[in-house]
Design a protein around this ligand. Structure first.
Ligand code: COA
Length: 570
């Protein structure tokens, strides 16, 4: 079926639906919701059988929904209407939430219902619930709705609040007054809930050192305490604030400013001038029982397997994080483990170098250079590991340099739901490094490597398996995926062929090195990156600026808007 996506951005949900529907043989083209005329033109050109709006911030123009059936994906249960759907579900601590696919009509979110799915709520950030439970439920719901639509005979259900099974309702947009923290009254649990309900966007507006900041990325501290509202500690990226019944860590903040557009930054970076007297409370990444606290890198050993977690907010890895991770990795290689599993983070495995931290550096070009070199040092340490076998376990999505970091491992497994974006080109023709010119063709061959890096499209884990980019994927939730990985890693560690496998890996590396030294790949890639960072063409700096400041697209890139470059088949 010819399906047009009308969407605010090509975000994680849109990417996943693109992959799932393409996999099922549908013909998908995408138009970003830029203005009514462009959307109308897109529908005219593509003549879709169906329009799907996975992520829209405004209503579909009437001329479109009158002419074409339009399905809206709403992140709420049947009857839920209005923005801030997930925000209210988290704030109200609903045990269950859902996704509804409804047909666009004159009233926002009130059209006939084609399908709906529910899921149990988890205590987590809104952004995490969106990228996991909501995306999964939306995929199930859209696939059902498309099947219903294709059947031709299905009658969608009108929204009827008299029906007792309709539990949702119309609600107001959540405002900062609903989110505000009262540090003298709110418990850590309430503060956590408020920040989680605003995570990703818009954050909770609060005051730090007399200035307004939005707070993000919170977690509970189990041991420290102090005067409520006071900053009592810092650790790596995060600051710790005392509450009436304990303390809470804040990993990221964004300054509210009417004068200039500001960025979401690590709290210790954004507030560094104020934190000189706040004590740093380090935590050993190898600590076996740290209790409830903030940590972004930690190592766990079970039997002969070591699990290295790096849970970086949004999967972005700045220079210091890459350096710290490399240190911990190297320390792990000196331990008695036989297999090292690179766990990444739950929401994102990794998204490569940290574009926000680069953007605010005195010299973004110099910081880009430092960051990519720190990333390369980490990748190099993994590629040249000769005493362990390594596994990358992709629990969450991964993009750009993050994908190539995972290819440094000997074996790559993913959850089937994971989306990979193995390309850099969308970031202003960034050439990329992370030894991708060595790692990628080795896995998929030269032609496929060119296709992946030039097409700039997301691929699903199943497709990644098919072309050999990764080794296997499993249709499992987070908990069962971790169990599966543990089982695979433990079996490998005690397998009779372990020593042979290690030896084969080392001889392969040796012969690869003789053919062309790793350093040559690095030098060649960095020569291109030097041009990206310091050359005459500013495309990378412009694209990064647009990305970090979330400047809306003024046109849909042609690799997405296929209807703009293909002959229309009627
Ligand atoms: N540096 C800093 N922030 C990053 C980031 C990076 N490398 N990659 C993603 N983010 C942030 C986004 O700004 C967004 O921030 P928010 O919390 O304010 O919303 C958040 O992570 C989620 O990203 P988003 O783009 O909404 O997620 P997605 O699932 O829709 O798309 C990617 C995922 C990877 C395709 C997309 O984020 C991307 O292109 N990232 C840039 C990758 C890159 O070019 N890295 C540099 C070269 S190695």
């Amino acid at each position: 079926m010819r399906i047009l996506f009308l969407t605010h951005s090509f975000n994680s949900l849109t990417q996943r639906l693109f992959v799932e529907l393409t996999r099922r043989g549908h013909d998908i083209s995408i138009e970003l919701d830029i203005n009514d005329m462009v959307s109308i033109q897109a529908a005219e050109r593509f003549q879709p059988a169906l329009i799907i709006a996975p992520f829209l911030k405004r209503a579909i123009p009437e001329v479109i929904w009158r002419k074409h059936p339009c399905f809206i994906v709403h992140p709420g249960i049947i009857g839920d209407r209005g923005p801030s759907a997930l925000d209210w579900a988290i704030m109200n601590e609903y045990p269950e939430w859902g996704v509804t696919v409804l047909q666009a009509n004159a009233e926002m979110d009130a059209g006939d219902i084609w399908s709906a799915e529910t899921f149990p709520m988890r205590q987590a950030k809104k952004s995490s619930l969106y990228r996991n439970e909501v995306v999964d439920a939306a995929v199930r719901s859209v696939l059902t709705a498309v099947k219903h639509f294709a059947a031709g005979s299905f009658k969608p259900q009108p929204l009827d609040y008299a029906n007792p099974t309709v539990r949702g309702q119309l609600h107001e947009p959540m405002r900062q007054t609903n989110r505000a923290i009262n540090w003298q009254q709110d418990s850590s649990h309430v503060i956590l809930k408020k920040i989680c309900a605003a995570d990703g966007f818009p954050g909770v507006l609060d005051t730090l050192f007399g200035e307004p900041y939005y707070l993000f990325d919170a977690c509970i501290e189990g041991q420290l305490s102090g005067k409520p509202g006071a900053i009592i500690a810092k650790r790596n990226n995060a600051i710790c604030l005392a509450t009436v019944d304990g303390a809470i860590w804040i990993g990221h903040v964004k300054r509210k400013s009417s004068a200039e557009s500001s960025l979401k930054l690590a709290a210790t970076l954004a507030l560094k001038d104020h934190l000189t007297n706040v004590s740093e409370i380090p935590l050993d990444p190898f600590s076996t029982n740290p209790g409830e606290t903030y940590r972004d890198i930690w190592f766990e050993q079970k039997n002969a397997v070591g699990y290295l977690h790096f849970s970086f907010y949004n999967g972005a890895m700045d220079t210091t994080q890459c350096q710290r991770l490399r240190e911990v990795y190297l320390q792990a290689t000196r331990s008695d483990v036989r297999v090292i599993v690179l766990m990444g983070g739950v929401d994102f495995w990794s998204n490569g170098i940290h574009l926000n931290h680069i953007e605010i550096a005195d010299s973004p070009a110099d910081e880009s250079w430092r960051n990519i070199n720190a990333m390369n040092d980490l990748v190099q340490a993994i590629i040249t590991t000769d005493k362990q076998l390594t596994i990358a376990a992709l629990q969450g999505n991964t993009g750009a340099g993050g994908v190539f970091l995972s290819l440094a491992a000997d074996t790559i497994y993913a959850r089937e739901n994971v989306i990979l974006n193995p390309h850099y080109k969308s970031m202003g023709n960034l050439y990329g490094s992370e030894y991708w010119t060595y790692l990628l063709p080795k896995r998929v061959g030269k032609e496929e490597a060119i296709a992946l890096t030039q097409n700039r499209l997301p691929i699903g884990a199943l497709e990644a398996c098919k072309i050999g980019l990764i080794d296997d994927c499993f249709a499992l939730d987070q908990t069962h995926f971790k169990k599966k990985i543990t089982q695979l890693a433990e079996t490998l560690a005690i397998h009779s062929s372990y020593s042979d496998l290690l030896q084969q890996k080392n001889s392969r590396r040796e012969s690869d090195e003789q053919q062309k030294p790793l350093q040559s790949y690095r030098d060649e890639e960095l020569r291109q990156m030097q041009l990206n960072f310091y050359g005459f063409d500013p495309s990378y700096h412009v694209a990064r600026y647009h990305f970090v400041h979330k400047i809306p697209h003024s046109w849909t890139p042609l690799f997405l808007a296929r209807h703009r470059h293909q002959k229309i088949r009627i």
